[in-house]
Design a protein around this ligand. Structure first.
Ligand code: IMP
Length: 185
């Protein structure tokens, strides 16, 4: 699917499919015999989660959280507000957080702290995209899809102003999209 607002496709639909198949196999192996709860963060992580769970061959429970940052995006406190908490009790269970992208790492570091307090048997992270150039807090990433450079990407769950999440690939947004919006302000 071509989209005029996309300057360049960074990761194709086929590459994503292949990687998810690979990750699903590894996760199925490593969590075999364990009570696995996969937790996705709304809204960006949902597309990745939906495809990833279908490549997993062992029993798995899925759950969702919604969070929003407090204050300006430049705030480095990493404090986030929980808009929707888990339905599941994760105590003594093996939790795998499924995220679309890790940028500064602040959101995930808050999430890890908050879920750790509930004393799961295990707490790990699976992320599709790692934008490590902008990392502020170091995080343990157990499963990773792709490294991405320090550019703003959209598609496959990732948005710009709530658009482009439905693109089946990950791409770089055309600068004209921002410029047009700024001109209209
Ligand atoms: P962090 O707390 O800086 O790691 O931010 C992670 C969140 O920022 C992600 O879950 C995304 O919602 C958003 N984000 C970071 N980089 C991008 C990007 O390149 N495109 C779209 N959203 C992004």
């Amino acid at each position: 699917m071509l989209n005029d607002d996309i300057e360049k496709v960074l990761i194709t639909e086929a590459e994503i499919k292949y990687k998810i198949h690979e990750l699903g196999g590894i996760i199925s192996n490593e969590y075999s015999g364990k009570d696995l709860v996969m937790v996705s963060v709304l809204r960006g992580g949902v597309i990745f989660m939906a495809d990833l769970v279908r490549s997993i061959s062992i029993p798995v429970t899925i759950d969702f959280m919604a969070i929003s940052s407090y204050g300006p995006s430049t705030d480095t406190s990493g404090v986030v507000r929980v808009l929707k908490d888990l339905e599941e009790n994760i105590n003594d269970r093996h939790v795998l957080i499924v995220e679309d992208i890790i940028d500064t790492g602040l959101t995930l570091s808050y999430l890890l702290r908050s879920l750790k307090a509930r004393e799961p048997a295990g707490l790990d992270v699976c992320v599709l995209l790692d934008k490590s150039a902008r990392r502020i807090v170091d995080l343990p990433i157990k499963y990773k899809g792709f490294d991405v450079p320090d550019v703003f990407v959209v598609g496959y769950g990732l948005d710009y102003r709530q658009k482009y999440r439905n693109l089946p690939y990950v791409g770089i947004l055309n600068k004209s999209v921002y410029e047009e919006e700024w001109a209209n302000l």
